[in-house]
Design a protein around this ligand. Structure first.
Ligand SMILES: NC(=O)c1ccc[n+]([C@@H]2O[C@H](COP(=O)([O-])OP(=O)(O)OC[C@H]3O[C@@H](n4cnc5c(N)ncnc54)[C@H](O)[C@@H]3O)[C@@H](O)[C@H]2O)c1
Length: 386
């Protein structure tokens, strides 16, 4: 039986980070910055951090001004000063940490993908449904103002009916030169480019179009680099380097998804294109402050791609930061999300909807359907796994 999730203590919301790596730093920064830019009551306060090794975890805590450092995440979950546990570990630990935190009566924010496997993701969604604590998943690209604007244009009918969606996330990880890490081990990561990058794309397509992914087909997954350097030895690399698939959305629109870590020269090209009967939009994270819009309702002689600088105070979240065209960056998406989580926990409405475990489970079902489609070479409906 889940214990009642505690609200914030007085005027603060105690946050514990589990994980001190790339996302550990991104989230520590976000929780610290959020109350500086947004009016938040209660204010998030970093009460604890759990890492693998004592010395680096202590250094992390000193640098980011976290009250307590520990190598025992279970102990951190018992800390009464902690109301929200932020899970920033390799994917295989998302389920054990998140489920234990929910059972301890905490709110949980978890990094994406929800889990490495469908089974873990399902267990997390079930635990969340039974818990009193709220859940959140860090699909942070939802909080790019340009993505928020794309969603608003779709909802206002400015693009008409969405017919065609193109989503691709291209990265270049340097091929076999990159040494072994948890991300290349299927037991720890679940999948490679697919769970890492397609997870973001599937969430973005669902978020911006408002349509579910009804079925997928034509999926292809490939592992080109099969072993990697691990110190003086080599280790098997057991995840996909690239996964591509086609899909049909619940409104009948067609969609294509591409995720790869082997697109030489593409560093973080997360790109989305929505084509509707009245217009189209294009987004590329490498120019994250901009949204390109083709308004097909204009007279033919006036039509063309316009480049909207999404840095006006009228764009989502931007009013909290800098004046127009004083650009924002990667970290602001996390800060805006931390602020929205804090708002949601005190009964306020976030600027745009936040994904919870139930929502992220639907994305996980799409990822699983694509993997089944690739392996069995057939159409697959994500709803089969829900
Ligand atoms: N939202 C995004 O855009 C984004 C970007 C990168 C990573 N991620 C996700 O964030 C998660 C972490 O990725 P990362 O890039 O930060 O990885 P990382 O390798 O940089 O860090 C992982 C951290 O987990 C910690 N850890 C591992 N086992 C632990 C244990 N038993 N107890 C406590 N800590 C433990 C490690 O010490 C390390 O600090 C993954 O799920 C990944 O998919 C999301």
């Amino acid at each position: 039986m889940a214990r009642k999730a505690r609200g914030a203590r007085g005027s603060s919301l105690g946050v514990a980070l589990v994980g001190t790596g790339f996302m550990g730093r991104a989230h520590a920064n976000a929780w610290r910055q959020a109350p500086c830019f947004f009016d938040l009551a209660p204010r998030p306060v970093l009460q604890a951090v759990a890492g693998m090794k004592a010395a680096p975890t202590r250094t992390f805590a000193e640098r980011w001004e976290v009250a307590r450092a520990s190598t025992d995440w279970k102990g951190v979950l018992r800390d009464p000063k902690v109301q929200l546990v932020d899970v920033l570990t390799p994917n295989h630990l998302h389920a054990p940490v998140a489920i234990a935190a929910l059972k301890a009566g905490k709110h949980v924010a978890c990094e994406k993908p929800l889990a490495g496997t469908l089974e873990d993701a399902r267990a997390m969604a079930v635990a969340a449904a039974a818990a009193r604590g709220r859940t959140f998943v860090w699909f942070n690209y939802r909080r790019c103002p340009a993505i928020g604007l794309a969603r608003q244009l779709v909802r206002e009918g400015r693009l008409g009916t969405i017919r065609q969606v193109r989503a691709r996330y291209l990265q270049d990880w340097g091929g076999a030169a990159t040494p072994m890490a948890w991300r290349f081990d299927a037991k720890l990561a679940g999948s490679g480019a697919h769970g890492d990058l397609n997870a973001h794309l599937v969430d973005l397509v669902r978020f911006t179009t408002g349509h579910e992914i009804a079925e997928v087909c034509g999926a292809i997954e490939a592992t080109f680099v099969k072993s990697r350097r691990a110190g003086t030895r080599t280790s098997a690399s057991t995840v996909d380097d690239a996964t591509l698939f086609l899909a049909r959305l619940s409104n009948g629109a067609t969609a294509s998804f591409e995720a790869t870590r082997l697109a030489t020269g593409n560093q973080n090209a997360s790109q989305l294109e929505l084509n509707g009967t009245k217009g189209s939009v294009r987004f590329d994270f490498e120019r994250m402050n901009e949204l390109a819009w083709w308004d097909h309702t204009l007279p033919a002689r006036e039509r063309g791609w316009s480049r909207i600088m999404c840095t006006d105070a009228s764009h989502p979240w931007v009013g909290a930061y800098w004046p127009a065209a004083h650009l924002i960056g990667y970290e602001h998406c996390f800060t805006s999300m931390a602020a929205d989580i804090a708002r949601a926990l005190c009964g306020q409405t976030p600027v745009l909807p936040l994904p919870d475990f139930a929502d992220a489970f639907r994305t996980q079902c799409v990822l699983h359907a694509a993997t089944v489609s690739a392996r069995e070479r057939r159409w697959v409906k994500p709803a089969e796994f829900a």
